[in-house]
Design a protein. Structure first.
Length: 90
């Protein structure tokens, strides 16, 4: 059984406020996430191990973007998103 058998995927864009480490200017940025929600209909022909895995699974989001570009016109440098959190359970 693969993850695509359990979850439906769709992209979402969330706003987040970050400070550019080069110019120190704060702006709101659009960060892309993939939201994975558990399917309503469970797949047939699952063995005991797969069924237990399905019961334990939860909805979650995975961050797609790792780098952002500063919105300050004089800076425009790329910087890494300063959060270590790339997966969020819903």
């Amino acid at each position: 059984m693969q993850e695509k058998d359990i979850f439906d995927e769709r992209q979402e864009i969330k706003k987040a406020s970050f400070v550019c480490p080069m110019c120190r200017e704060r702006n709101d940025y659009d960060v892309r996430w993939i939201k994975r929600t558990k399917k309503k209909n469970t797949p047939r022909n699952l063995n005991e191990h797969d069924r237990a895995r399905l019961e334990k699974s939860r909805d979650y989001m995975v961050r797609v973007d790792d780098m952002l570009m500063c919105k300050n016109m004089r800076c425009r440098k790329r910087f890494e998103i300063p959060s270590a959190q790339s997966i969020v359970f819903i």
